[in-house]
Design a protein around this ligand. Structure first.
Ligand SMILES: Cc1ncc(COP(=O)(O)O)c(C=O)c1O
Length: 507
């Protein structure tokens, strides 16, 4: 990767051109007769004068400054950044899916409606739930939908005092945030020394004010909550509901179903498990599945089928309403449908089995060099700690940064919050043994470097255009134009930074 690529504005030379237009008889001075004065740009736009190859190189170089799952191994725990088969991208771009409008007459939408209906059937079978809404646009949006369903359910029964939502301390931050956003009290449940929900603590917190428990299984430490039967009984016995955060479903496909574990509501992250890249702010989908007793509250519309004809079902009198305009992110739904159809029952099961075996392989290979707080079998991801390295003055962040020099994206670090110096590693099912072995080799090299020259690691990465951006500033004040970039350089000599930590040289 180039450390410094010349900026297109800096290559600009008067007279250089990246295009040639055929001769025109149009006199540019006539423009003022055609376009009202008030709409004319003054001063003229300050565009660089560069040749076509310079312009092409500018954009291609920019496109290569970032890590992506298509360019690098991406062992990002909790977020399932797995490789997404390109056939699913092609399908999502078919004219018949990409260029339709939701307000077209139903008889011209039968193809997509059948796809949505069949996708819902597959999700029901995969999770053991009775109906799904495909509307939510992300996992967090699914959680919000779930909280609305919980509230509607209790209120419809006249059970107005259910104000507490229980959330384990290992949960993803969106869980308590979604509950709080919808007005519930968030009650934190401790994890035990095995990294699972502390059953005794949970039992001490539940009562007739418990609206629901939000649980991720396997949890964010990559461990299966093996007390799930007792947990579900304890919650249901007091009249509460059980919400399943399905962001880690990549570990359970074809192996176990949240519906069978006793969950009442489930969200899935299609943009993790089912073939849409997660992250980057792109569109996602967080469908929510429910058991029968919650169907009356689902958002509208749903798709129904009668004698092979599909139509919108708006007739759900107790519905919480719409969560999004129209039907959700159709492209993501199409990708998920193709992914599921292409893999089939056995293929999906193999996805999870391979994800689990890959994680356990990596865990075993690195556990002598990095502390693994919860030894034993893990599911699709595991947490390691930079504890020995910490004693040498090297932190999880230094290891994460150094990995970038070896062409490997950093794992999730400092999450879950309950594990100090956490590095959360999820290799996913799509990586070969050679890639996993390369990762192990690099991790062991970095462990050696931490002993030999700990100080140096504080400056990693050494090979990228940006080394240690101010991440808060990059997120809050991204510099997106060349003018602002120059101004920031002139002011403090520092490079401009985008939210991705890559200098933004856009003009
Ligand atoms: C366990 C867990 N729950 C919920 C979410 C939220 O999903 P989203 O980012 O789609 O809102 C994530 C996402 O990263 C997650 O890892």
């Amino acid at each position: 990767m180039n450390k410094e690529t010349p900026l297109v504005y800096e290559l600009s030379q008067e007279g250089k051109k990246g295009f040639s237009l055929p001769h025109s008889h149009f006199d540019s001075s006539d423009i003022s007769k055609l376009v009202p004065e008030s709409l004319m740009r003054d001063p003229e736009m300050d565009l660089p004068s560069v040749s076509e190859p310079e312009l092409v190189r500018h954009y291609v170089n920019l496109s290569q400054k970032n890590f992506s799952v298509d360019t690098n191994f991406y062992p990002l725990g909790s977020c399932t950044m797995k490789y997404n088969p390109k056939i699913n991208e092609d399908a999502a771009r078919f004219d018949g899916f990409a260029n339709i409008h939701p307000l077209q007459p139903e008889d011209s939408l039968q193809g997509i409606m059948k796809l949505l209906f069949d996708l819902e059937s597959s999700l029901k079978e995969i999770t053991g739930m009775d109906r799904f809404t495909l509307q939510p646009a992300a996992g967090a949006h699914g959680e919000l939908c779930g909280m609305m369903l919980v509230k509607s359910y209790h209120e419809a029964r006249g059970d107005m005092k259910r104000k507490n939502v229980l959330v384990p301390d290992s949960s993803h931050g969106t869980n308590p945030a979604s509950a709080a956003l919808f007005g519930f009290n968030v009650v934190e449940v401790k994890s035990d020394e095995r990294g699972r929900v502390d059953l005794a603590h949970l039992k001490s917190l539940i009562n007739d004010e418990t609206a629901c428990l939000m649980l991720t299984n396997p949890n964010t430490i990559g461990l299966f909550e093996d007390d799930i039967q007792q947990i579900q009984k304890a919650i249901h016995d007091v009249g509460g509901l059980l919400y399943y955060d399905g962001a880690n479903m990549n570990a359970l496909l074809g192996i176990a179903r949240p519906g069978d574990m006793g969950f009442d509501i489930v969200h899935l992250n299609l943009h993790k498990t089912f073939s849409t890249p997660h992250g980057g702010g792109g569109p996602g989908a967080g469908p929510v599945g429910v058991k029968k007793h919650l169907i009356p509250y689902l958002p509208t519309p749903l798709v129904k089928e009668e004698k092979g004809v599909y139509s919108w079902d708006e007739d759900i009198p107790d519905s919480i309403g719409k969560l999004r305009a129209f039907l959700g992110n159709i492209g993501v739904l199409v990708r998920a449908y193709v992914y599921i159809a292409h893999l089939g029952r056995e293929g999906l099961k193999q996805v999870s089995q391979d994800a689990i075996i890959n994680a356990n392989y990596l865990k075993k290979k690195i556990e002598e060099h990095f502390t693994v707080p919860f030894p034993g079998f893990c599911m699709h991801e595991f947490v390691a700690q930079a504890v020995k390295q910490n004693d040498l003055g090297v932190h999880a962040t230094d290891i994460a940064k150094r990995l970038l020099d070896f062409g490997i994206h950093a794992p999730t670090i400092y999450f879950p919050l309950i594990v100090a110096e956490a590095m959360m590693i999820e290799p996913t099912e799509t990586e070969s043994k050679a890639t996993l072995d390369q990762f192990v080799k690099v991790m062991l090299t970095i462990a050696d470097e931490a002993v030999e020259f700990p100080e140096r690691l504080h400056e990693a990465p050494f090979t990228l255009a940006i080394s240690r951006p101010d991440e808060v500033k990059a997120a809050r004040n991204p510099i997106l134009t060349y003018k602002d970039y120059r101004a920031s350089k002139d002011n403090n000599g520092s490079s401009s930074i985008s939210t991705t930590g890559v200098p933004v040289h856009a003009g």
